[in-house]
Design a protein around this ligand. Structure first.
Ligand code: DX5
Ligand code: ZN
Length: 215
């Protein structure tokens, strides 16, 4: 059974309370919170202030995906906002190891995200220091895009890297996850499924979460 992490980016921002209540009653495991700065990605979403509101709305694990440059400037603010995990992009970090140490020293779990063009191999000197790898299965910036099929190959590569070293690192897949492709994503070795549109644009989000969870 995979960890299901609905992406609140696809929620109704005019009525977040309703979506949070739904998630809290659902089988969703995590809140996936997408932070975008308009520099690393061509879109702007929300920052620590909104994360703090989500923190107050739920006891579930808050998985914060930072699609921002210079994440070191904001790590402390996200800790104060109540993040359980911070995931930074390998492509956005000149000093990735330092960024990871900072997140750890703030007592959060640390994740590294890789864009579709970034090889799994580029993780080999950081994999021992992190708790999660987020493999982007779309180009980050927007919800509702189509899953890039080559991701399946990357999941398998990452899974064997992790198993070979006997590590306890979660594999998270982010972008274009649907009921149709979720089983093959899990079969390839994924532990965490992020789902935005598939959950929030479905007629019955709670039932959709349950279906994803039952795979
Ligand atoms: C994309 C974000 C994703 C996105 C997922 O940049 O990181 O978390 O919101 O949305 P769907 O599941 O709709 O692709
Ligand atoms: Zn995300």
């Amino acid at each position: 059974m995979a960890i299901i992490a609905p992406s609140l980016l696809s929620a109704n921002f005019l009525n977040l309370q309703q979506d949070c209540d739904m998630l809290n009653q659902s089988k969703a495991d995590w809140y996936h919170l997408d932070v975008m700065d308009g520099r690393f990605v061509p879109n702007i979403s929300f920052g620590p202030m909104i994360v703090e509101f989500f923190r107050k709305a739920t006891d579930k694990y808050c998985d914060v995906h930072l699609m921002i440059e210079e994440p070191e400037k904001y790590a402390e603010a996200f800790k104060k906002a109540g993040a359980d995990n911070l995931t930074v992009h390998i492509e956005a970090c000149k000093h990735l190891h330092r960024n990871i140490q900072q997140i750890k020293s703030l007592n959060m779990h640390a994740g590294v995200a890789i864009n579709p063009h970034t090889p799994v191999d580029s993780l080999k000197d950081i994999i021992k220091d992190i708790d999660l790898v987020c493999i982007m299965s779309v180009n980050p910036g927007f919800g509702g895009q189509s899953f890039i099929p080559h991701t399946i190959e990357k999941i398998k590569q990452l899974k064997s890297m992790i198993t070979a070293q006997g590590l306890n690192v979660k594999i998270e897949i982010d972008g274009g996850v649907t009921l149709d492709n979720a089983s093959s994503i899990i079969a390839a070795g994924a532990d965490v499924l992020v789902a935005g549109n598939t959950v929030f644009k479905s007629e019955n989000p709670m039932a959709m979460i349950e279906k994803l969870k039952s795979l």
